[in-house]
Design a protein around this ligand. Structure first.
Ligand code: F6R
Length: 608
């Protein structure tokens, strides 16, 4: 959830560290700090509670060094404060450490280190790492040996970067559950917890594996395992556009990413439709027809919006392929000793590819002999590497904390999977063609919805002051309602509850009042009449209704309506969701929220 950067090379490290931290600020943003091995010896540290801009203001012009590490924090152990900000030093101020993750046995280690004389200056779990590494370094070993020995005593998750005042020709980094990426430059090396901090400097990267460490020097790197075996890692090339990391004239990343959806959907579909057979072309690992024909069930695993996208995916697979499919929060699945079946296909969904709960769920399935496909946005991420094969979304980097374009691309990817399964089972060529042409029409239809942004802003301003909002949908509409409620609450902090429209009369109807408006998904499908009846029930109880529909309901049934272009029924949810993204965005803006960095949340939850 926090961000790490590091630099070693002929230049001054500080400008890269500060710029890199600003790019990672969306991952954690309650405090920030940098440390450099100074040209005159020793380590200089500046760290502050607040934003990276506050840190930049606190860093003096003479703060220079050609080896440095930096961190932007999202507090887990100890309140946001100058003292708790990283980097953390040992008492001799020889070792500086930045850390993402959680050290589970920190209390125990802290007690032992304190008994040996270490004086702790923060409440963080990270500080134990500094003291522990320093204790081993004091034995006269190389920094990598000291780090390896220290990590051998640690239980927990970490991505770390370590600086040693006495060995400033190197930085040692390690990964266990929290990402670390090496960026390879011309006689200089970069490190970050996310490629977004690196792409301005290099496209050649190496993603460390869990349990792997690296010694990074200006002229290269060496990777090795926790038991000191050398590993051989080939760099990969990042193909995301640099522009993706700027707001590009939009007020917020979130609005930009919502508006990028026609293009991101085109990229998800790119080269993946074989019109002749009305199916995706046969390619990709573990996607050949014979083993897929054996599959009797599909279980989809993801967290938050990825889980809701999985719910839409499960419906697509059931409808198009007639294979029972179910989505479950990976964060629950991993803790409940799940039954893993040989004829079930497990599909892990993740934008970042680093969500710890989803990664742990994948590992649990694989440990028990199951097969997992990944539907992942970030190429080379931990979940992508852990899966047996899968689909990359190619949605481009998603910077805003709230997921929008990756959500939409995930549902499109599921439509492709469902079509593929359907066409190797009993989905007719005619039905296949129906879905193929509907998929191709999506980018233009999304543009039609986005053109209503101003009108939706007006509605958002009207509804944003409500004490809460109810989101309802039936069957295909229910995951849309869940995702719509999630988006509204996470960025506007307006309480929102999603219910199946059919369940309203079994309890929540009691909540309906003018103060609790309802957003109702009303697609023009076989359940239209049922949905209209529900609207009547809400209006009869003085509820206000904002319908998202293909046809405007009668005025007595809805106070307002957002019209959405019609797709094929199976794909309608995808388009019905887009106005809800805009509604949440504009409500958050109307309420003056920090849209790209909602409170208490961070992009990519790499802790348990
Ligand atoms: C919601 C949101 C989160 C993520 C969830 C999973 O807008 O962003 O609910 O969807 O934390 O993240 P990934 O997809 O990176 O695994």
């Amino acid at each position: 959830m926090c961000g790490i950067v590091a630099y070693i090379g002929p230049k001054d490290a500080t400008p890269f560290l500060l710029e890199g931290l600003a790019r990672l600020e969306y991952r954690g943003y309650d405090s920030a700090g940098v440390a450099v091995a100074g040209r005159t010896g020793g380590i200089k540290v500046r760290k502050v509670k607040g934003r990276v801009a506050d840190l930049a203001a606190a860093v003096p012009a003479r703060f220079k060094g050609s080896t440095g590490i930096g961190h932007t924090r999202w507090a887990t152990h100890g309140v946001p404060s100058d003292a708790n900000a990283h980097p953390h030093l040992d008492n001799a101020e020889r070792i500086a450490v930045v850390h993402n993750g959680i050290i589970e046995n920190a209390d125990e280690l802290r007690a032992k280190l304190a008994a040996d004389g270490a004086v702790f200056r923060s409440e963080t779990d990270t500080e134990v790492l500094g003291h522990l590494i320093a204790a081993h370094a004091a034995e006269g070993v190389e920094l990598e040996e000291a780090v390896r020995a220290a990590l051998g005593k640690v239980v927990g998750t970490y991505g770390i970067a370590v600086l040693d005042a006495e060995q400033p020709d190197r930085i040692v980094v390690a990964r266990n559950g929290s990402p670390i990426v090496l960026g390879i430059g011309e006689k200089e090396m970069f490190v970050a917890s996310d490629v977004s901090a690196l792409v301005r400097y290099t496209r050649q990267v190496v993603h460390l594996e869990d349990g792997e460490l690296a010694t990074v020097r200006a002229d290269g790197f060496r990777t090795f395992t926790e038991d000191a075996r050398t590993t051989h890692r080939q760099p990969s090339t990042v193909d995301w556009e640099i522009d993706s990391y700027d707001t590009g004239g939009y007020e917020h990343f979130l609005l930009k990413e919502i508006h990028e959806q026609p293009g991101s959907v085109e990229r998800t579909l790119g080269g993946r439709l074989d019109e002749r057979f009305a199916t995706p072309p046969r390619r990709g690992r573990n996607q050949d027809a014979p083993p897929l024909r054996e599959i009797r069930r599909v279980k989809i695993l993801g967290c938050g919006s990825a889980y809701y996208a999985g719910e839409m995916g499960a419906q697509l697979i059931e409808e198009l392929a007639r294979i029972p499919a179910h989505s479950e929060p990976a964060s629950e699945f991993r803790y409940r000793n799940p039954v893993i079946e040989a004829d079930t296909l497990y599909i892990a969904v993740s934008q970042s590819g680093e969500t710890y709960d989803t990664l742990a769920a994948v590992q649990e399935v694989k440990r028990k002999g199951g097969r997992v496909l990944g539907v992942v946005n970030t190429v080379g991420s931990a979940i992508a590497r852990e899966c047996d094969g899968g689909i990359y979304l190619h949605a481009g980097p998603e910077i805003s904390v709230a997921s929008t374009k990756a959500f939409t691309s995930t549902v499109v990817a599921f439509a492709l999977i469902a079509l593929h399964f359907g066409r190797i089972h009993d989905l007719s060529p005619a039905d296949g063609r129906r879905i193929v042409s509907a998929l191709k029409a999506l980018p233009d239809q999304i543009r039609e919805v986005l053109a209503q942004s101003d009108a939706i802003a007006g509605l958002a301003a009207e509804y944003a002051g409500s004490e809460g909002m109810m989101f309802i949908g039936r069957v295909r509409g229910y995951p849309v309602a869940r995702e719509g409620a999630q988006k509204l609450k996470e960025i506007s902090y307006v309480h929102a509850e999603a219910y199946p429209a059919s369940e309203l009369k079994h309890g929540p109807l009691a909540l309906i009042s003018p103060e609790l408006p309802t957003v109702a998904l009303v697609p023009d499908d076989e359940l239209l009449d049922k949905n209209l009846t529900t609207l009547g029930e809400i209006k009869a109880r003085s509820g206000r209704v904002l319908a998202v529909a293909h046809r405007r309901p009668e005025a007595k049934l809805a106070d307002h309506c957002i019209l959405v272009p019609k797709s094929e029924p199976e794909l309608d949810p995808l388009l019905l969701n887009i106005p809800l993204q805009l509604l949440a965005y504009h409500a958050a803006v109307a309420l003056g929220r920090d849209v790209d960095k909602p409170r208490n949340l961070a992009k990519s939850v790499t802790v348990e």
